[in-house]
Design a protein around this ligand. Structure first.
Ligand code: ADP
Length: 186
């Protein structure tokens, strides 16, 4: 199964993605995780990405498109994959379309986990206290939400037009939302 999970920062897509990937036995491909590990390993890509991430800005398209291009070629993607946090811009979505068509494969579902902005802000501030992620401070969080609304929201129409979009209400318990997602993917 080939899936995209979309949703604003704090919507819980990472949590849900992990559960669904375990059940379906497909890799969870999170550009955020890949970038954070590049930073940790001090790679050139990590160095380049860090200043964008710390500010809550999107990393340039060519960087994340390069990451996905390499990752999708790996063996564990043969039975499918779940993209978590990619694409986030129309440019990225178009590049993904080209990549997939070159590989003669297509997407089955694009899930959008929708959560209102005020709820996101309080969730992210809460997570900041627990996880201490470098980009989880109020100013950066607000910028991430702003960027999401400006650059990523237009993607919903893009996938609506291709008939792939499934809207999921992201308010509820983790279990409730997992169940709705399971039903949607049936
Ligand atoms: P969240 O969506 O909760 O903020 P992520 O781990 O998905 O967390 O992303 C963290 C940061 O990594 C983003 O703010 C952005 O700087 C960068 N990033 C991740 N994925 C992408 C992407 N597809 N395009 C551009 N930047 C990205």
């Amino acid at each position: 199964m080939r899936l995209i999970f979309m949703g604003p920062p704090g919507a819980g897509k990472g949590t849900q993605a992990k559960i669904i990937c375990n059940e379906k036995n497909i890799p969870q491909i999170s550009t955020g995780d890949i970038l954070r590990s590049a930073i940790q390993n001090g790679t050139e890509m990590g160095l380049k990405a860090k200043k964008f991430m710390d500010a809550g800005d999107l990393v340039p398209d060519e960087v994340v498109i390069g990451i996905i291009k390499d990752r999708l070629k790996e063996n564990d993607c043969k039975n499918g994959f779940l993209l978590d946090g990619f694409p986030r811009t129309i440019e990225q979505a178009k590049a993904l379309d080209v990549l997939l068509s070159d590989m003669s494969i297509s997407l089955q579902h694009v899930l959008n986990l929708a959560v209102p902005d005020n709820e996101l802000l309080s969730r992210l501030l809460e997570r900041a206290k627990i996880e201490g992620r470098a980009d989880d401070n109020e100013e950066t969080i607000k910028n991430r939400l702003l960027n999401y609304n400006k650059k990523t929201l237009p993607l919903l129409d893009y996938y609506k037009n291709s008939g792939l979009l499934r809207e999921i209400n992201g308010l509820g318990s983790v279990d409730q939302i997992t169940n709705i997602i399971r039903e949607t993917l049936k």
